[in-house]
Design a protein around this ligand. Structure first.
Ligand code: KG4
Ligand code: ZN
Length: 344
């Protein structure tokens, strides 16, 4: 197949991401651009869906222009437009989908609707040291916490998932209790760096449950109880709580991920999603995986959180496989879309 140029558009939540991917020898990300809405939503303490949609509208064209200018490519060189079809916020998804379908229709090229989590799952393939299939993936974002076996593009088997809060959601809710503004996960992790270990001891939910599921809402309640007990925590106490929380959640994530790899008989673990940026998670995984002769792969930090590059990549792989391509025009977004429904 000759090299293809695929545009990727991500707009499922509070980040507008656009990227250009070329499928030539091994594949190459030519350029990518991102606008984060975090500052806009911060004053409301969370994402306001209607504001998110309107902001995507404002940024999608300037970001596209930037990506084209940075890569020196023009619209009429595009072979297909990939975009996030779901899951996510309906209005936000509609902006990316309508824009992608309209653009593709005007250029007379097809579209490739992409599952957002497939984008996260495949994002480590963007790195200079990509993992080979099959691998186990720990997908930990603001909306999802899942362990999956990935045998190839579109071949995903769910091994375990959270029964309540997602890992990122637990980070964000705990951060909020410590007075850290939304989204809070990264800042809480930074605060934890100056906390002492074992000063604040918190439960390790479902560590010994015998399956690969998670539960994080109890941990959040334990933090709330601790914060109330202390009353007005000092800076050091806040850091100790952050440390206690992070150590608990990281221990569970590491334990279950390595267990999933061992059970599967595979030797490769991929970590994706926003929480995959967590330094303590990376440190502990690296140490414990090395002891078990397991290789761990991470996307670059900038591709852990939502971005257009992972959508362009997933779109390119889908385009090459042929099955997911559709003529530009009629479309529907899928705000709720279980990953297990995907096929190769
Ligand atoms: O994948 P992502 O950008 O969006 C979703 O699809 O949800 O993940 C965002 C989540 C947020 O909950 C954010 O607080 C969390 O990832 N996050 C972190 C870190 N950086 C981002 N959580 C812990 N430690 C970090 N360093
Ligand atoms: Zn995401």
């Amino acid at each position: 197949m000759p090299p293809m140029l695929i545009l990727g558009i991500e707009s499922s939540c509070d980040e507008t991401g656009i990227a250009l991917y070329n499928t030539d020898a091994g594949g190459a990300l030519l350029s990518h651009a991102l606008h984060s809405q975090v500052l806009m939503h911060q004053e409301y303490g969370g994402v306001v869906p209607e504001l998110a949609s309107r902001d995507h509208i404002r940024h999608v064209v300037p970001l596209l222009r930037k990506v084209l200018a940075d890569s020196g490519r023009s619209l009429n060189e595009l072979d297909a437009v990939a975009y996030t079809q779901g899951p996510g916020l309906a209005g936000a998804l509609l902006v990316g989908a309508a824009f992608a379908e309209g653009l593709a229709a005007s250029l007379g090229i097809p579209t490739v609707p992409v599952h957002h989590l497939e984008g996260h799952l495949l994002s480590p393939l963007l790195s200079s040291r990509p993992p080979q299939f099959p691998f186990i993936a720990l997908l930990v974002s603001g909306g999802h916490s899942q362990l999956m076996q990935v045998n190839g593009v579109g071949e995903y088997q769910l091994l375990g998932e959270t029964l309540d809060d997602a890992a990122g959601e637990a980070f964000d809710k705990t951060a909020k209790m410590l007075g850290i503004p939304y989204p809070g996960g990264a800042e809480l992790a930074e605060l934890a760096e100056s906390g002492h270990p074992d000063v604040v001891k918190l439960p390790r939910p479902m560590l010994r449950s015998g399956d690969l599921n998670f539960s994080f809402s109890g941990l959040k309640t334990a933090v709330l109880t601790k914060v109330r007990e202390i009353g007005a925590p000092s800076e050091q106490q806040r850091a100790d709580i952050a440390r206690g929380f992070q150590d608990a959640i990281v221990e569970v994530l590491v334990h279950k991920s390595l267990r999933a790899v061992t059970d599967s008989g595979l030797k490769r673990l991929v970590v994706a999603g926003g929480v995959g940026a967590n330094r303590e998670l990376r440190r502990r995984l690296d140490t414990q995986a090395a002891n078990a002769a397991i290789s761990v792969f991470y996307p670059a930090l900038e591709f852990c959180t939502d971005n257009g590059a992972m959508i362009a990549l997933a779109g390119a792989l889908r385009f090459q496989a042929g099955a997911s391509i559709k003529p530009a025009g009629a479309f529907a977004v899928r705000p709720r879309w279980p990953l297990a429904e995907l096929t190769a």
